[in-house]
Design a binder for this molecule. Structure first.
Ligand code: HEC
Ligand code: HEC
Ligand code: HEC
Ligand code: HEC
Ligand code: HEC
Ligand code: HEC
Ligand code: HEC
Length: 435
């Protein structure tokens, strides 16, 4: 053990009748950094023995939550969870404007292993919680403004679709889901991390745990509008309205003759349709996707890149390790599948429906991987298992560059690739292939 000697001086009051003297402490090593970002040590000895100074036994440290060590699954059931999107975006403040609320979707399939594995949705309950992230209402002002923005009153920490930060998942046909979990990227120590983790537990009707898993539930508030719209930025137009949001609303009012400043808090989708929220807006106006991508594509040299609004240089939402599909160096690589800002806007003008028609696997892989007109996130493949169960959500396709995403496949099959070991679900050695 390494001891460290620290000298601290102190002064005794005149009433003690003693002279000033110096206290020397011998400390133990610092302990491990705790989740509350502090570490402690103890005083092993002090000299002279009668001294009464104040030893320093706690200090700030940067707590890093441990990467869980996967243990191989055994047992009669296989539990696979996933998030429907590789990243959910949210505003962190709603006092003035709202693009997207906290709203995350968790899905799970439970398979009973066998020669013909069975997808199970009855006779079991599936519960979820978010690890070290048990409240949201103290991390965003969403619940103060939800009534004005969305017209519903919600209890703190309750989501827009009736699910909270933990609870029972709902059985739907061939899977379980919890829709609209109002998770934020701040854990219980207020540490920012867009890769929060959900813990899923499956029980039989006697309450016995028969399976479990852990899966990333991603959420980020890294929207970066301030890079240009903050006062003094290239897009501020000499506006200094007191906050970033006020600057944007003032600019919008100036350019379009609206009165958003007088209507705060403003839900953009109340006028610009948004299929992510299922809101039709004013059909005479461009959709929010068309308005945002279109207007920002006309700006020449000041045009933003995808990571200027989508999360982002810190979050790195496009994180698959598959070559050609994830980011390439610092380039998020979005354009390879989605096209440029101009092409996004043009595509929408040519009739693409935002959020409903997106790039497909078959545009690069062969037609055997086509999901037809259905979104990848809603499609199923081998044995009725969802594509996302084996491949993970878009932008986080297995294997991922983020070790947290890989925890589940490593636990199931010992490697981070798409779920491909027959023994994850089959108890025999079946012939044939997955695709
Ligand atoms: C890389 C710079 C950049 C980023 C990042 C950026 N913008 Fe802009 N934005 C601009 C510029 C430049 C304009 C045009 C300013 C003008 O009209 O004077 C603009 C215009 C706008 C307008 C006015 C549209 C109109 O009616 O003409 C809105 C609203 C807007 N941005 C919202 C946002 C939001 C919300 C974000 C973040 C999600 C964002 N912008 C991120 C550069 C940026
Ligand atoms: C009260 C209705 C209303 C609300 C709410 C609203 N807008 Fe608009 N927006 C408009 C109108 C009207 C236009 C002008 C449309 C046109 O010229 O076709 C516009 C235009 C825009 C444009 C420029 C589109 C283009 O192609 O030039 C952007 C960008 C935009 N809005 C973003 C936003 C954002 C971001 C929000 C939320 C902070 C928002 N809007 C909220 C009514 C609204
Ligand atoms: C100025 C900010 C801004 C920039 C830059 C931006 N986006 Fe977006 N994007 C948004 C916003 C805001 C939404 C959410 C709109 C909604 O909620 O409907 C969105 C939604 C989307 C969607 C889903 C809606 C749809 O049209 O299907 C896609 C896909 C998308 N963006 C891709 C991109 C790509 C690719 C780039 C870079 C080429 C990019 N975005 C750059 C602001 C931006
Ligand atoms: C390898 C191709 C590929 C790349 C690279 C890519 N995307 Fe996507 N993106 C897709 C596919 C495929 C979907 C549709 C998934 C579905 O159908 O469920 C999608 C969907 C989306 C959506 C709609 C919501 C969702 O997740 O389904 C947004 C927003 C989006 N992408 C933004 C981006 C941004 C921003 C980047 C870069 C940071 C990016 N994409 C990079 C293929 C890609
Ligand atoms: C922009 C083109 C593009 C799109 C769109 C695309 N991929 Fe890929 N994908 C690639 C490339 C390129 C490779 C080959 C990389 C290599 O050879 O290592 C690849 C490889 C893969 C692999 C690894 C195959 C193996 O055997 O190692 C998987 C899995 C995969 N893609 C899944 C998907 C899924 C699922 C989708 C749709 C959600 C999709 N891809 C959409 C370009 C694309
Ligand atoms: C039971 C797990 C499983 C399911 C379900 C599944 N896949 Fe795969 N997929 C894999 C594995 C494993 C691979 C790696 C290559 C292989 O073994 O064929 C793969 C490979 C791929 C590839 C890359 C093929 C190439 O070019 O090398 C694409 C694209 C793909 N899958 C798309 C899909 C789509 C779309 C769905 C849903 C309709 C789907 N997968 C459902 C396990 C699955
Ligand atoms: C994620 C779970 C999963 C994985 C991994 C998986 N399968 Fe399956 N497989 C299923 C399910 C579910 C069925 C549907 C059983 C039924 O028909 O009810 C199925 C059915 C089959 C069938 C049809 C006959 C039957 O037994 O019902 C074959 C053949 C098969 N799988 C082969 C394979 C092979 C080979 C692999 C490994 C390369 C594999 N599977 C990996 C889940 C899986």
């Amino acid at each position: 053990m390494v001891f460290c000697i620290v000298i601290s001086s102190y002064t005794l009051s005149a009433a003690d009748g003693h002279r000033s003297s110096t206290c020397t402490y011998t400390y133990s090593d610092w302990g491990a950094c705790q989740p509350n970002n502090t570490q402690i040590r103890t005083v092993l000895s002090k000299t002279p023995s009668r001294c009464t100074g104040t030893p320093v036994t706690t200090q700030y440290c940067n707590y890093v939550s441990p990467t869980p060590t996967p243990t191989p699954t055994s047992g009669a059931y296989t539990v696979i969870g996933w998030n429907d999107l590789g990243m959910h975006c949210m505003n962190s403040e709603f006092k003035e404007m709202a693009i997207l609320p906290p709203y995350n979707n968790l899905k799970v399939q439970v398979l009973q292993k066998g020669q013909s594995p069975k997808i199970v949705t009855s006779g079991i309950t599936v519960e979820y919680s978010i690890i070290n992230n048990t409240t949201s209402s103290n991390k965003t002002d969403f619940w103060q403004y939800v009534q004005q923005l969305f017209g519903v009153a919600l209890a703190p920490d309750m989501g827009l679709a009736g699910k909270g930060l933990s609870g029972k998942m709902t059985a739907v046909n061939d899977h379980f889901e919890a829709i609209g979990i109002p998770i934020t990227p701040y854990d219980d120590q207020f540490k920012w991390n867009p890769y929060q983790r959900a813990s899923v537990t499956v029980k039989d009707l006697t309450g016995k745990v028969i399976g479990s898993t852990e899966v990333v539930i991603p959420v980020s508030d890294e929207l970066n509008c301030g890079k240009c719209h903050a006062t003094g930025g290239v897009a501020s137009g000499n506006i200094n309205a007191g906050s970033l949001e006020s600057n944007i609303l003032t600019l919008h009012d100036k350019n379009n003759g609206t009165n958003l400043m007088g209507s705060r808090p403003v839900l953009c989708a109340s006028c610009h349709s948004d299929n992510a929220l299922g809101l039709t807006g004013n059909p005479a106006l461009p959709s929010l996707s068309r308005a945002m991508h279109g207007r920002h594509s006309e700006l020449g040299a000041t045009s933003p890149g995808c990571y200027d609004c989508h999360p982002g240089p810190k979050t790195q939402c496009n994180r698959s390790a598959i070559e050609g599909m994830g980011s390439v160096g610092t380039n998020p690589n979005c354009e390879k599948c989605h096209g440029t800002l101009q092409q996004l806007a043009q595509g929408l003008d040519n009739g693409r429906i935002p959020w409903v028609q997106e790039p497909s696997c078959a545009q690069c892989h062969d037609s055997g991987f086509s999901t037809g007109t259905a979104l990848y996130k809603n499609s199923k493949g081998h044995g009725g298992v969802y594509c996302e169960a084996c491949h993970n959500s878009s932008h986080a396709w297995y294997p991922s560059k983020n070790a947290l995403d890989n925890v589940q496949p490593i636990k199931l099959q010992g490697n981070a690739g798409p779920i491909g070991k027959c023994a994850v679900c089959h108890t025999n050695t079946p012939s044939g292939e997955i695709h």
